[in-house]
Design a protein around this ligand. Sequence first.
Ligand SMILES: NC(=O)c1ccc[n+]([C@@H]2O[C@H](COP(=O)([O-])OP(=O)(O)OC[C@H]3O[C@@H](n4cnc5c(N)ncnc54)[C@H](OP(=O)(O)O)[C@@H]3O)[C@@H](O)[C@H]2O)c1
Length: 331
Amino acid sequence: MRAVVCREWGGPESLSFEQVADPKLLAPGQVRIAVSAAGINFADTLMIQGKYQVRPEFPFSPGLEAAGTVIEAAPDVDTVAPGDRVMALLDHGGYAEQAVARASDVFRIPDGMEFETAAGFPIVYGTSHIALWERACLRPGETLVVHGAAGGVGLTAVEVGKAMGATVIATASSAEKLEVAASRGADHLINYKTEDIRTRVKELTGGAGADVIYDPVGGDTFDASLRCIAWGGRILIIGFAEGRIPQIPANILLVKNIATIGVHWGAYRQNQPHTVAESFATLFRWFEEGRIQPHISNRIPLADYAKAMKLLIERRSTGKVVLTMDAQDQD
Ligand SMILES: NC(=O)c1ccc[n+]([C@@H]2O[C@H](COP(=O)([O-])OP(=O)(O)OC[C@H]3O[C@@H](n4cnc5c(N)ncnc54)[C@H](OP(=O)(O)O)[C@@H]3O)[C@@H](O)[C@H]2O)c1
């Protein structure tokens, strides 16, 4: 099979595109999938540099999520069978024509969901839904600020926030990105290249501040969140795409009576798999009802993986970038 292979830490240019042996000899509980499409995540760009919390042994293929058809299941697996259309969460290995996953990380997808949509679905929607539902307990009528609102996780937080009945304020770095957030239901838009987040959030909330803030960006954006969160509000710490991990002065948490809440969605797979299953059931229902509409800015053939990863690194994507196994470049 063809696969993208990482043999040393570095950027996308340090990866190679190779013919490798198909994965064989499934261990108990494993499933082998013919991959039709693979989602690209910001974490992939960190993993290949050795900057992610997980550093796989060389050689490995990047890729934390994929969708396709089950071609083999270990004898003890009874949740999926050959021929099933599925999406899968992976420790790595999605940028390849076949992938092996734990059966507990493989989910049958709705009939109306294309593989490309499914490939980019689980991580971003799963993260935003569990963050807003299970961690922040977002309530209808509350005001939710989503930073980086046109990015992978950000755009899904806009949609999930709207589906849960919140008023959503989207922030992003350009008018084009904010238009994408508006297309998915954002009520108010803040361009953080040209506008001050604190001032605008205060204006839009009548001085009260936001009840919940969803932050995949970190750095200065997080610092601004501390200044425009409402009394009793909750800030969800999702990621640090901007690069700087912010420090939190404990006195501000006390004085403003606020909570900062870490979210490690991937760890739910081991610690609370029933929550992940319940979350996907809700998200699939919302998808079938048309309440969430996954946005893919770029579908790119597997061989052009470096170009695809650079779209995230250079902040040029919106929603998801997806690698396809057979499609022509539609960029
Ligand atoms: N906690 C979890 O369980 C979890 C799960 C998934 C992802 N994450 C994290 O969430 C973050 C976003 O992931 P993603 O896959 O959604 O990435 P993405 O699609 O690339 O989106 C990241 C967004 O961050 C903004 N950004 C600001 N400064 C940036 C910079 N220097 N480089 C790149 N982007 C920058 C960009 O929006 P603007 O241009 O509008 O600023 C971009 O749209 C990452 O840190 C990722 O590790 C965490």
